[in-house]
Design a protein around this ligand. Structure first.
Ligand SMILES: C[S@@+](CC[C@H](N)C(=O)[O-])C[C@H]1O[C@@H](n2cnc3c(N)ncnc32)[C@H](O)[C@@H]1O
Length: 264
């Protein structure tokens, strides 16, 4: 199922809906007034003039949840630790009305090209792009009010990979996720919040990562985000294996989401 997120920095949801429907694209409302389900389209939704003008971004409905849970505001200094191709960075820029600062980092140069072209196409002006291994971000000694860690996981399709995911892959991802989360929490301001998400359903990459952090650190608390379940009716969303976390299940793209606050 394909969805589009209206880029409200450039056009209103109603105006875009009218324009696309006049071309034969059939859209359906969702829980977000700026997100539509594409029910029918006579041509590829990524090839319309409206797409090229940056009036919308194509993404799965599940991936709207982590930025909404983080809830960045204009006053916040925001970090997106693993940002490419920028679905969540550009959504956060929209939530911040193109003001404030978002540092969008990704380690892979190749993937930064699509992040950069999406930022340009959507007319986003509050994003600074950084090309670093996120495991080294604490060396910069820059501290953030809000951090999104949309971590690399076994759920991400890897170009050219045809083999099945093994236990070793899951264990490797889990170790890397724990380290990335630890670094992110080190550069969070006291009182600041970090949202951790993956598109994997493996416990080792999700609940186990949360337990690892809560067992290891006294300066971090888990924030209960289960209220979100009521707000997102048409998504197959449930409480995760730890109280206060979220899991999204197929037919929507799977996601695990947890929120942390630094308390001292
Ligand atoms: C799940 S994808 C991010 C998707 C992105 N948040 C979005 O919404 O469009 C994970 C990203 O992490 C990046 N990555 C993997 N290891 C990294 C590391 N050590 N430091 C920074 N980025 C990394 C990958 O290049 C990939 O772009």
């Amino acid at each position: 199922m394909q969805y589009l997120r209206v880029n409200t920095l450039k056009i209103s949801p109603q105006e875009l809906k009218d324009r696309l429907e006049s071309k034969g694209i059939v859209l359906e409302d969702t829980y977000l007034d700026y997100m539509f389900k594409i029910v029918k389209s006579p041509y590829s939704p990524g090839s319309t003039p409206e797409y090229l003008f940056g009036y919308y971004y194509l993404q799965n409905i599940s991936s709207t949840v982590p930025p909404l849970v983080l809830n960045p505001s204009v006053e916040d200094m925001v970090l997106d630790m693993c940002a490419a191709p920028g679905g969540k960075t550009t959504h956060m820029a929209q939530l911040m009305n193109n003001e404030g600062i978002i540092v969008a980092n990704d380690m892979k140069k190749e993937r930064l090209k699509s992040l950069s072209s999406n930022i340009q196409r959507l007319g986003i002006k509050n994003v600074v792009i950084l090309n670093m291994d996120a495991l080294k971000l604490d060396k910069l000694q820059i501290y953030y009010d809000k951090i999104l860690l949309d971590a690399p996981c076994t759920g991400n399709p890897i170009k050219g990979r045809s083999r099945k995911i093994t236990r070793k892959d899951i264990e490797y991802c889990s170790r890397r996720q724990k380290s990335l989360l630890d670094v992110g929490l080190n550069i969070l301001e006291i009182g600041g919040e970090l949202v951790y998400s993956t598109c994997s359903l493996e416990v080792e990459e999700n609940e186990e990562v949360v337990h690892y952090i809560l067992d290891k650190r006294n300066d971090i608390q888990l924030v209960d985000i289960s209220d979100f379940i009521k707000e997102t009716k048409e998504i197959n969303i449930k409480e995760g294996g730890i109280k206060g976390t979220l899991r999204i299940y197929p037919p929507d793209e799977p996601f695990f989401i947890a929120k942390f606050r630094k308390v001292e």
